[in-house]
Design a protein around this ligand. Structure first.
Ligand code: HEC
Ligand code: HEC
Ligand code: HEC
Ligand code: HEC
Ligand code: HEC
Length: 253
C-alpha cells in the first residue's frame, strides 16, 4: 500500500499540533491576564457617583448600622440600596443647603430614584446569595474590602471565580466566631454588624489581629492552626455542606 504520509509529515504534524495547543493557551493566558488587571476588575478604584456618599462617615463616624440602608442583606440574596427617603430622614434637617446633596433633594421632589453606579456585580449566569454568607458570620469586608475606610465606594475584590473558590474550597480559613465572653450566644450574623460597632467605639486598638486585618481590608483567610481548627468546628456547628461548595451547580444554575 502506498505511503500516504511522508516521514517528514510527522514532524510537521507535531509542529502544527503544538501550534494548535499553544495558540489558544497563549491567547487564553493573555485574556486571563487582561481580565485580572485592575483595568477590568476595577479593584480599589472609587467610581463616580451622583452624590459623593461616604461610608466612613455614615457607617463608622456616625455609627449607622449597615442594615439601616441595606435592609435585605441578612434576609435575601440582594443587599439592596437605600431609598432617597432614608437619606432625607436626616438630610431634610441637617446639611440642608449642601450643594453635594442637591441630587438627593431633586430626587425627593421629582420622585425619581437616584441612579447609583453599581460597584460590585457578578455575571447573570452566576448565582449569589447574601443571606447565607452573612448568616455564617462572614463579615462584609471579607468580600467588599475596608468599607469602613471608604469615602467613595470602591470594589474590594475581583469577584472572579477563582476568588470565590478560594473560600469555597477551604471555608475553615474564613469562618470565625468572636471569642469575647459577651459575644457568646449571639447569632453569627450579629457579630458581622457588632464588629463595626466595636471599631466605632474602641478604634483599631480594641480589635484582635484578625479583626484588624478585616477592618483594613487585608484578610485573605487564616493560616493559624488553632483558628483553622476553630473554623472546622464551625463548619460542623453550622452544618456547612463542604463537599458541595465547589460544585459547579452551586454557583451556576
Ligand atoms: C446611610 C446609608 C448607608 C449605610 C449606613 C451603609 N451604606 Fe453601603 N451604600 C449606601 C449607598 C447610598 C450606596 C450606593 C453608593 C455607593 O456605592 O457608595 C452604598 C453602597 C454600598 C456597597 C457597594 C454597592 C454596589 O454598588 O456594589 C457596599 C458593598 C456597601 N454599601 C456596604 C456597606 C456596609 C458593609 C455597611 C455597614 C458597615 C454599609 N454599606 C452601610 C448607603 C449606606
Ligand atoms: C443618621 C443621619 C444621616 C443619614 C440617614 C444620612 N446622612 Fe449624610 N450626613 C449626616 C451628617 C451628620 C453629615 C455631616 C457630617 C459632617 O460633615 O460633619 C452628613 C454628610 C453627608 C454628605 C456630605 C455633605 C457635605 O456638604 O459635606 C453627603 C454627600 C451625605 N451625607 C449623603 C448622604 C446620603 C446619600 C444618604 C443616604 C444614602 C445620607 N447621607 C444619609 C447624617 C446622615
Ligand atoms: C461572600 C461575599 C460577600 C459578603 C460576605 C457580602 N457581600 Fe455584598 N456583594 C457580594 C457580591 C458577589 C455582590 C454582587 C452581587 C450581584 O451582582 O448579584 C455584592 C453586592 C452588594 C451590594 C450591591 C447591591 C446588591 O444587593 O447587589 C451591596 C449594597 C452589598 N453587597 C452590601 C453588603 C453588606 C452590607 C454586607 C455585609 C452585611 C455584604 N454585602 C456582605 C459579595 C458579598
Ligand atoms: C469567605 C468565604 C466565601 C466567599 C468569598 C464566597 N463564599 Fe459562597 N459560601 C460560603 C459559605 C461558608 C457558604 C455556606 C454554605 C453552607 O452553609 O452550606 C456559601 C454558600 C454559597 C452558595 C450556596 C447558597 C445556597 O443557597 O445554597 C452560593 C451560591 C455561593 N456561596 C456563591 C458564592 C459566589 C458566587 C461567590 C463569589 C462571588 C462566593 N460564594 C464567595 C463562603 C464564601
Ligand atoms: C463559588 C462559586 C462558583 C463555583 C463553585 C463555580 N463557579 Fe464558575 N464562575 C463563578 C463566577 C463568580 C464567575 C464569573 C467570573 C467573572 O466575572 O470573571 C464564573 C465564571 C465561569 C465561567 C465563565 C468563564 C470565566 O472563567 O469567567 C465558566 C465557563 C465557569 N464559571 C464554569 C464553572 C465550572 C465548570 C465549575 C465547576 C467545576 C464552576 N464554574 C464552579 C463562580 C463559581
Amino acid at each position: 500500500m502506498a505511503q500516504i504520509f511522508r516521514p517528514s509529515a510527522n514532524s510537521i504534524a507535531h509542529a502544527s499540533l503544538l501550534g494548535v495547543a499553544i495558540v489558544p493557551l497563549v491567547l487564553g493566558l493573555a485574556i486571563a491576564a487582561l481580565s485580572r488587571s485592575p483595568w477590568n476588575t476595577k479593584v480599589d478604584v472609587p467610581l463616580n457617583q451622583p452624590v459623593p456618599f461616604s461610608h466612613q462617615h455614615h457607617a463608622v463616624e456616625l455609627g449607622l448600622d449597615c442594615r439601616y440602608c441595606h435592609k435585605d442583606v441578612e434576609k435575601s440574596s440582594f443587599a439592596g440600596l437605600p431609598a432617597t427617603e432614608t437619606c432625607m430622614s436626616c438630610h431634610s434637617q441637617i446639611w440642608t443647603n449642601s450643594p453635594l446633596l442637591e441630587p438627593i433633594r431633586q430626587s425627593m421632589e421629582t420622585n425619581t430614584p437616584i441612579k447609583w453606579t453599581k460597584v460590585n456585580k457578578v455575571p447573570q449566569f452566576v448565582f449569589f446569595n447574601h443571606s447565607i454568607h452573612v448568616n455564617r458570620g462572614l463579615n462584609c469586608n471579607t468580600c467588599h474590602g475596608a468599607i469602613n475606610n471608604m469615602h467613595i465606594t470602591a470594589k474590594g475584590n475581583s469577584f472572579q471565580m477563582a476568588w470565590c473558590l478560594q473560600c469555597h474550597r477551604a471555608p475553615e480559613r474564613y469562618l470565625y466566631k468572636d471569642k469575647a465572653p459577651e459575644a457568646q450566644g449571639r447569632a453569627p450574623r450579629q457579630q458581622v454588624f457588632d464588629l463595626y460597632k466595636k471599631l466605632q467605639e474602641g478604634g483599631m486598638k480594641s480589635l484582635d489581629e484578625r479583626e484588624k486585618q478585616l477592618m483594613s481590608g487585608h484578610f485573605d483567610g487564616t493560616n493559624d492552626p488553632a483558628d483553622i481548627l476553630a473554623g472546622k468546628k464551625l463548619i460542623n456547628e453550622y452544618g456547612v455542606k463542604t463537599q458541595q461548595l465547589a460544585d459547579c451547580w452551586t454557583c451556576h444554575r
